[in-house]
Design a protein around this ligand. Structure first.
Ligand code: AMP
Ligand code: TRP
Length: 327
């Protein structure tokens, strides 16, 4: 049996190139070696309040982006988290395995909670639901961006604790982050990560941005003092972020890229980064638009995906309940 990978993205806004290079594109490549299970985590998305109509649209769009980027529904399972009830059930059970203190240490929770007046309880227990997602499928590999490292480590801790406390039910998953693109930074501030939720549209490149928008946003990206084009996150965070985007879009090695830009100015760098992004995204955008015209096909694939996921998840959940003594 092929080893399994599991990953997911929240339908909580328009996707950007951080989501693409950090997550979706590595999934596509890893499909060669792993059986992929890719979730649209709408239960995670409601840990902050979402307008219902947006949530519905983003959910469909996310399914279309998975497919447009090259997730093959013949080989991999694509499904919506709320369609498979074992996620919520195991999520609860893992809240009764996790410690309050370890959830309180999650840096994503701390930074998201800091920005808001009302913090929903679900935002705090979010990592237990993510652990449930992963553990239901006896996942071996979790390909995600760097910001999810702590959540995957917690998932391993919870699985290990459960296995010792009750019975050895869960496989311990490994984290996978891509060599390039695991942490794309905001264009207007290379000290912050590019994110769906930043109020500034200029901070990120959306997957649907037009060539003109891409050229414009890259042209306005913050660079650094000096003129040298060199990869060094400490002293040249802006230029390094552009070089990393270029590396992710072209698949070239950093040494080769630095040699290519030696003696050139920031203007040339920005033009070439924009061109590389446009070339990478254009075919994905075409397929996305095509898929969004085929609503029935998307719904059919998601229903089929949910059925396959449910069969695997229900079996794990049965073993969990049995181990705990839930009659
Ligand atoms: P989210 O937007 O939080 O649902 O993230 C979905 C996936 O994209 C996760 O695997 C994240 O780690 C990844 N991701 C989000 N932002 C970035 C970024 N700026 N750079 C690289 N990966 C990212
Ligand atoms: N927490 C992840 C994020 O915000 C999304 C996610 C939910 C996830 N469940 C998952 C990622 C399971 C990998 C595996 O990016």
């Amino acid at each position: 049996m092929a080893k399994r990978m599991f990953s997911g993205i929240q339908p909580s806004g328009n996707l950007h190139i951080g989501n693409y290079f950090g997550a979706i594109r590595p999934w596509v490549a890893l499909q060669e070696q792993y059986e992929g299970i890719f979730c649209i985590v709408n239960l995670h998305a409601i840990t902050v309040v979402q307008p219902p109509e947006d949530l519905r649209n983003w959910t469909r769009e996310l399914a279309a982006w998975y497919l447009a980027s090259g997730i093959d529904p013949q080989r991999s399972i694509i499904f919506v988290q709320s369609h498979v009830p074992p996620h919520a059930e195991l999520g609860w059970i893992l809240q009764c395995v996790a410690h309050f203190g370890e959830l309180a240490r999650m840096t994503q929770f701390k930074s998201k909670a800091e920005d808001r007046e009302v913090v929903l309880a679900g935002l705090f227990t979010y990592p237990t639901l993510m652990a449930a997602d992963i553990l239901l499928y006896q996942t071996e590999l979790v390909p995600v961006g760097e910001d999810q490292r702590q959540h995957v480590e917690l998932t391993r801790d919870l699985a290990d604790r459960f296995n010792h406390q009750y019975a050895p039910v869960f496989t311990l998953p490994q984290l996978y982050t891509p060599p390039e693109g695991a942490r794309i930074m905001a264009l207007d501030d290379p000290h912050k990560k590019m994110s769906k939720s930043s109020p500034s549209d200029a901070s990120r490149i959306h997957l649907l941005d037009s060539p003109e928008q891409i050229v414009e946003k890259i042209a306005h990206a913050v660079t650094d003092s000096g003129r040298e084009i060199r990869f060094d996150r400490e002293t040249k965070p802006g230029v390094s972020n552009l070089l990393e985007i270029y590396a992710a879009a072209t698949g070239k090695e950093m040494a080769e890229i630095e040699a290519h830009f030696a003696g050139q100015g920031y203007g040339t760098l920005k033009r070439e980064v924009a061109d590389a992004l446009i070339a990478e995204l254009a075919p994905v955008q075409d397929r996305f638009r095509q898929l969004m015209r085929e609503n029935d096909l998307l719904d059919h694939l998601l229903a089929e995906g949910a059925q396959k996921a449910q069969a695997i998840a229900a079996e794990t959940l049965r073993r969990v309940k049995d181990a705990i003594g839930l009659l």
